[in-house]
Design a protein around this ligand. Sequence first.
Ligand SMILES: [Zn+2]
Length: 426
Amino acid sequence: MKFTCDVRFKFIVLLHIFLCIPLLCQTALSLDPLHLNNKGVEEYDKGNFEEALKFLSEAYELSPDNEYVRKNLCNTLLALANEKAKLYQYNEAISLVDKVIKLDKNNFYAYLQGGAYSLNLGKISTAISYLENAIKLKPGYLDAHELLGEAYYREGDILSARVQWEYVLQIDPTRKELKEKYEKATREELVQKNFRKMYSSSRHFQITYPEDISFSTRSAVVTYLEQAYLEIGRKLGGIFPSSPVQVVLYDTSRFSAVVQLGQTIGGVYDGRIRISVSNKEGIEFSKDEIKRRIYHEYTHVAIFDYLKDRAPWWVNEGLAEFFSTELDSGKKLIVVEAVERKTLMDFCKLEEVKISEFLESQSKISLAYAQSHCAIHLLWRRYGQGKFLSFLRSIKDGLSPETGLQRVYNIDYEKLLKDVIEYASR
Ligand SMILES: [Zn+2]
């Protein structure tokens, strides 16, 4: 059995760590702006950035030439942007960052944060522009170089990405995640050096493929991707990622050489959709199988676009299965047999699954997927699309998946597990 799976990709968590640059006190202001400035600093120190912003904006209006007030105002706007980003409100965060750039066009942190937030939104060319400006202002600042590498990579420019990352790793070789990314990019560059880019009519996808993949498969891939974009986007209530999604096609052996997840995995989404479309001998898979893989991986693209890293594994994978394949009797049987063996998994544990840790045990992977698929099938079919979208919305709004489940469906994980068992036994 072939699995298509998701390697959850995390990037730029580091964006939340800068900031809290101490505010500057000042002594030479006239009374009103001085008072307002100091009130602003007081509120800032308490973490009340909205309040601080009110005082400092007023102080700035009264005294626009005062350097202290301007810097304090900028720092407050950046702190507020940081708060918005923690809540995944990246558009609001970016508009705050842009205000800072208007006040101070040489503000390094504004460009750095703007770059990080744009990356999170998938606005890659905007991110590159912010980050290139940041590096002009502070060449050698490692986080900026790492983020710029990420932006180049996501744009499909692996060589430029490697140059940035190599520089960072030379200076700080302890960045473990970056090292893994760098090594993967190096493998990718090697394996894909003779791959071609498909200049198709698709606005939503950029496809790279080895030259021995047939024209018929390539055009089927474009069709399925576009169908998935519309169908899944609509089913999820209108989720349509704005930037083109990078897609790389492989045969099985080149796919394994890049993703290194063993032979059981047929597709991943790690910021790019990667799927194998032919076996080692170059025999292409059936169109149905290719379509299944595309629908599965595209679901991850849409879910990531909507929920970023908040999607619980079982929801992400269950939906990807639900949109790409039938819940057949074989999958139900896996769940039923697990009940007898008492190996069913707690949904709590299925919120975070590292597929690389599962690779040893084929039956464990099968069960995790079957159980998640059953759960989503049940929720969607029994209670309908509207409720399911409310459930997703609750996760987006920051509720834990189980709390969302209770609020929308009035069931907890224990009850869900019972229902899944009953559902699979029918
Ligand atoms: Zn998956």
